[in-house]
Structure formats: C-alpha cells, structure tokens
Design a protein around this ligand. Structure first.
Ligand code: IVH
Length: 705
C-alpha cells in the first residue's frame, strides 16, 4: 500500500491498520534481533515504520499503547519507554586519598557498632554505563539504563544484541535483576572510530561515550553493529538470595553465564584494599578497557543490609578513584556565567588541549578567591599564585566532572598580564553582585529580573528530577526564552504555550523550521502531561536555593499537599509555630528554612509561583511506599545511649519501617526511645505526655528483638 493512501483511510480502517502494523513491526524486530534471522529487508522494515507514523500523525487519537513509534527500533521515535526500577540504582561515594579508605572502614565499623570481623571485595570500577537486566523464570524480559536511579530507559531490544548478555539463565531465581556495566574495549573503540571517520561521521571522544551512544540508539540494528560488552557486578530485585557474601554472589553470577571481572579479590581491611588498588592501577593501561578506579564493598551481605543506604549511595561501598588526568595550556579569557541562584561563576576559556583523551576548551575557576590564589578563609592556595589571562595553566579532569584549573606556571607569564578583577555588577543584568560575609560566591541581586537567572531557573524547572518535560530541554528553553512570538519567561508560561500558539496564525510552532506538526503536537502533549505533578517535583522545580531533591522530598512528605506547604511557609517566621515545625523536620536546617521563607516573601517569586500553581494539579506525596509496620507514620525520637546498635543504624532502620525520626520531642512525637543517660528529652516527653520506652522495648515493638 503506498503511503499516499493514508489520506483515504477511514477511522475504522486506520485502527485496524495500526494494529496490523504494530504486529508486523514487532515480528520483524523479533526475527531480526532475537532470532537473528531477518524476514524482511531493511527498506521494507523502514516503510512499515513510516506508514505507521503517517497514520498516527493523521489520527493521533488512535495511537496504540504499544505503538511501534514509541518503541526502540522505530524510526524518528522520540525516545525510549520509561522503566521504574523496583530497586533503585544507586551511585557510589568517591574517595581519592588512601586515608579516605581508612575513614570508610572506620565509618562502617562505627555504624555497625560492635567489633565485627570485616572483609571487603575490591574490583575495578568499569568506566561505562550501568544497566539493569531483568530475568523472569530465566528469560531476559527487560533491560533498563540507570536514568535518574529511579526511572531509567527501556533499552531491552538493544541489550539483546550484546553477546555478553545471556538471553536465558538456567537455575536462576525466578526473579533476578542483574546489574553491571556496559562498556567498549579499546580495540573495538579504535575500530569503530575508524569506521566513523571513513563514513565521514562524528568521532566518539572516548570508549565510554561510544558505549553510551551505541546502547542508546533508537535503532537496535545500530547497537548490534557496535561491539558492546558487559560485566555483572551487582543485582536489584531478587526472589531468592544469590549467596551470603558479595564475593560468592559474583561467583554465582559468573556461573549463570555472566562475565564478571577477573580482578575481583577479597581483602581483610584497608591495607589490603589499598594494595589491590595499586596493583589494579599498575595494570590499568594493559587491561584493554577503561576503568576509573577500584570499588570496595562490604563482603557480608547481611552486614550490607544492616548498613543500608544514604539518599543516593550505599554505606557499604565506596569508589576509590584514580588520580585525575593533567595537561598544560594557555588561558585565553575568563568569562563570567550567572547561574540559577545568581552565583557569578568564572569560566576559563582555554587554548584547546587534550586531557585524558578528551578535548578541553573550558574549565571552571570556582570563584574569585580561587583566581586570586587564596581559599575561603584567606589562606594561600598554589602558594598564593594568582591566575591571569595569558597565563599557562594546568587543567585536570577526574572522571566525567567539569575540568578544573589546578595550577599556573608563573615563569611563562606574559609581561603585560594583569591581575583579574572580579566584577561586582552582574554582567547579564547590571544589578549589584553582592558577596555575603562567609560566602565564597558573589551573587547577582537581580533575582528574576536577571535574564540569566530566569533562564537557568527554567532549565532547572524542566530538568529530569523536576518537571522532566520531554522535548523541552535546555536548548528549547533557551529558544523560547528569547522568542518574540511565543516567549516563555517563567514556568507558568510553559503551560500557556499551547493556547498562545493557537492565536499565532502563520507564526504557529508547527509552521516553523525545525519544528513541524509532529514535534509541536508532541511538545504540547508532553507539557499537558505534566500539568499533573507530584508535590516533591514541584518544590524541587521551583529552584529555590538550598532546596535540592532530597530536601524537596522531605518537605513534600512532611506537608503532603501544596496547600499545607504553602500556608506553612507563608506563615513561617523565626519564633512562629510554623517555623518550629519546619525546622523540626529532620534534614531541614535554619539555612534551608530561611531560604525557603525568603523566596515565599519575595513578591516576584511569589507571583511566579502562584501563576504556576494555578496551571497545575498538584499530587499529594505521602510517606514513602506505605510500609506495613507498627511504627509506620509515627514520629519517634531517640535519646541516651543505645547499646544494641548505633544511633545512625537505629534511625535508618526506623525510617525503613516508615517512621519519622525527629531530633527533638514535641507534642507531635509519638514515641521516645530512651537509653541510659537520657536527659532533657525524657523531661520533654513527660511534659507532652509522650510514651517512653527503652531500646529493648523498641526492638520488641519492631519485631527485631
Ligand atoms: S557497584 C549500589 N561496582 O559506577 C552500588 N559500580 O559511580 C552499585 N560502576 O553507577 C554500583 N564499576 O555504573 C559498582 N564494579 C563496580 C562498578 C560500578 C562501575 C559504576 C556504576 C555506578 C557508578 C557509580
């Protein structure tokens, strides 16, 4: 059937045709990827996908939930499906100095309290991207990238093309999520770049980028043509434990058919850990793939479970990173960038130089003191050498972080080089740039009238952890911000975009270069979808200084609804009950509270917030996945000495059971757990009529006696 006939289809015919196409495309995908036996040519396959898209464009309402245009492998698909991880994918705390490893061991011991024999595994930290593979009854059913740790991208079809990833497991738990790193070897990377060069296509900066770019291909055939590999080193959801120790669990994964890193060893403590780090570092260049450090993990899985997690990293593991890579180059200029909270950040413009395989032309200079050669307390850094335009400077980068300037070579300083004068007015809006005593950073005082702050706020607003609006990234925000016909200056403007566009006649988005009907429609649909938003995302999205993702979550869970939150913050003043309640939230300090209250009192900020909320339907956020435990939803306070576990562990366990742990006793406290030596808190409890129990009583209550 020729594509032109799409115009003649009735709605009923179109519906049937979309069903037929979904099936045909899925069958072709299966034949190609899973069975490795293509049944139709690439051109035929592309024609099916184009036809599907054309019908969907004409009948948007008929688009199927399983539409091939939403799936990996579809032409012009605008992304991958999303996968919510059953068990969050975490990152690792970083360590650089050997002493950090002793500190880590001390922390683990302290947390666990009693004298325990501790062994650790040490293994290379693979420089690739993490992937979670879900097996049900032995069959690979889903592969997802880490994403933000909670929600990743569904790259199942692509993962199926990786030879190191088994499609079937024998004798595995019914449910098993295997986690590990997708990477590319040095040899494969070099060959790939040669092929890219021969085709006149873009070269990859390093094997990690090549691996990421290859895995995140919308067309799995491209992934299949790229030689990706996979090392398994962890797991997520499980229906039965793999083993009792990390080391045995890895061995088990290896028996199941996964590649596991042969350099994984057991260590008796920090001395052996650092020794293994040195051995791996010495072997680094000859491994044939990139690693960027060594990961240590507590070996005993029962202890891992007790140690648990902080917000984004486990307490039982740490990454010991290799030293950064260095290079010398000339500093050509210093530019000032104004960030979301008004911070003036100096950026070094450099003569481009290769640092560890990546071309670097920009680096951060931190702040004005750093340029002047002193730290925040006025003590000299770099022996007091300042940095001037024209200087030769040493650039370094560690992992994926922004390159930094480490040092300056004064012997090569041009005679006419002048000390850098840090601006005291904002280069973007001309407002005074003020530096608070004790703050390392100078900030523009223009607030939302500063275009740089306003646009950075918008970028933050649409970012992943905030509103995460598909098709509206930093680039598009920048474009709309400066758009004369369809300006977006505040978050509320995003939600009036579609309506305003309808009044724009020929200047409508769909008629513009680089937009077109489909992308305009998709953008508006993506925006509409985010009119309903969870309270924590909204609070984080507001971009208030000091209110990060974790704090936003705490606030949202505490106040539950926007109305309650707004009323509380509006009335919070030091001394008021609302202020006391706010600062009693564990994790909310005076600085954060002050910043929040100030934002709510600022006229322009408040107007922008009100306009935004008027466009939204805000979803209440309740305490984390309601836990079925006798203390769920209760507010508890620990005081005095605990004998069976440390305070930190007690708190983490209580929280895992759904309790709120507060720092002080108030009328809202449900329970005080008092060990020997309890002082004023016990008296407060008496005053407020709060029930008091001892540690054994607590353990009995939570069923862990
Ligand atoms: S363990 C809960 N082991 O490093 C801990 N991670 O910086 C899960 N990585 O997101 C991670 N090699 O992508 C672990 N041997 C290894 C690793 C490793 C590389 C990556 C992983 C993680 C990132 C954290």
């Amino acid at each position: 059937m020729a594509a032109g006939e799409v115009e003649q289809l009735t709605e009923a015919e179109a519906r049937a045709e979309l069903a037929r196409l979904a099936e045909a495309i899925a069958a072709a995908n299966r034949a190609y990827h899973t069975l490795d036996a293509p049944e139709i040519s690439d051109a035929e396959f592309d024609a099916l996908k184009r036809r599907n898209l054309a019908i969907e464009a004409r009948f948007p309402g008929l688009k199927r939930a399983d539409s091939p245009s939403e799936q990996v492998g579809a032409a012009a698909a605008d992304g991958f499906g999303k996968v919510t991880h059953d068990v969050r994918m975490l990152s690792l705390e970083n360590a650089f100095a050997d002493s950090d490893i002793t500190d880590f061991d001390d922390r683990v011991r302290k947390y666990l309290g009693a004298q325990v024999a501790l062994t650790y595994t040490a293994e290379p930290k693979i420089d690739g991207l993490s992937l979670s593979l879900r097996y049900e009854r032995g069959a690979l059913v889903q592969a997802a990238t880490r994403g933000d740790g909670e929600i990743g991208e569904n790259v199942t079809e692509n993962a199926r093309t990786i030879a190191d990833i088994p499609q079937k497991l024998i004798n595995a738990p019914d449910l098993l999520e295997v986690r590990g790193e997708v990477y590319m070897s040095h040899a494969d990377f070099a060959a790939l770049n040669q092929r890219q060069a021969a085709k006149g296509e873009k070269l990859f900066a390093n094997p990690r980028n090549a691996a990421a770019g290859s895995l995140r291909q919308l067309d799995p055939r491209i992934t299949a043509a790229r030689p990706l590999r996979f090392f398994a080193y962890a797991w997520g959801a499980l229906s039965a434990p793999l083993a009792q120790t990390q080391f045995e669990a890895i061995a088990r994964l290896n028996q199941l058919g996964f590649q596991t890193n042969p350099l994984t060893v057991l260590c008796a403590g920090p001395v052996e850990m650092v020794a293994q780090y040195r051995r791996i570092e010495a072997d680094r260049a000859s491994l044939g793939y990139d690693i960027d450090g060594v990961v240590y993990k507590v070996n005993d899985l029962a202890l891992q479970a007790r140690l648990g997690f902080r917000s984004a990293t486990p307490r039982w593991a740490i990454a010991h990173k290799f030293a950064a890579e260095l290079a010398w180059t000339r500093l050509e200029a210093i530019d000032i960038q104004v960030g979301r909270t008004g911070a003036l950040s100096p950026v070094a413009r450099l003569m481009p130089v290769t640092v560890g395989g990546v071309v670097v032309a920009n680096a951060t200079l931190h702040n004005e003191d750093y340029i002047a050669g002193r730290d925040a307390k006025g003590a000299p850094i770099r022996e007091g050498r300042d940095i001037r335009v024209g200087d030769w400077v040493q650039v370094y980068r560690a992992g994926d972080v922004i390159p930094k300037i480490a040092d300056v070579d004064i012997s090569r300083r041009p005679d006419d080089a002048q000390p850098y004068v840090f601006p005291d007015i904002c280069p973007e809006c001309g407002s005074v740039a003020h530096r608070e005593p004790g703050d390392a950073v100078r900030r523009c005082t223009g607030g939302l009238i500063c275009p740089a702050q306003a646009v950075e706020r918008l970028k933050h607003f649409v970012s992943r952890a905030a509103f995460d609006i598909e098709g509206l990234g930093a680039k598009q925000v920048e474009m709309f911000f400066h758009d004369a016909d369809l300006p977006v200056k505040t978050p509320a403007d995003i939600f009036t975009l579609e309506k305003r566009d309808e009044d724009n006649g020929l200047k409508r988005l769909k008629n513009r270069d680089g937009f077109g009907e489909t992308s305009a429609r998709k953008l508006f649909a993506a925006i509409r979808a985010k009119r309903t938003i969870a309270l924590d995302r909204l609070i984080f999205g507001l971009g208030i200084r000091h209110v990060g993702e974790v704090a936003a979550g705490l606030l949202a869970r505490h106040y539950a609804t926007w109305e309650a939150f707004e009323a509380a913050i509006t009335h919070a003043q030091p001394g008021s009950p609302e202020w006391a309640e706010l600062t009693a939230i564990d994790g909310v300090g005076g600085v954060l509270a002050g910043s929040l209250v100030a934002a709510f009192q600022n006229g322009a900020e408040r107007a922008a917030m009100d306009a935004l909320v008027a466009e939204l339907s805000v979803q209440a956020v309740h305490a984390r996945a309601p836990v079925d435990s006798p203390v769920a939803g209760k507010t508890v306070v620990f005081t005095g000495t605990l004998e069976k576990m440390t305070r930190a562990e007690a708190k983490a366990r209580a929280e895992a059971l759904g309790a709120k742990v507060a720092g002080s006793v108030s009328a809202k406290t449900d329970l005080l757990i008092a060990g020997p030596g309890a002082g004023s808190k016990a008296k407060d409890a008496e005053k407020h009529g709060v029930k008091v129990i001892d540690e054994d009583g607590w353990l009995a209550l939570i069923g862990q006696a």
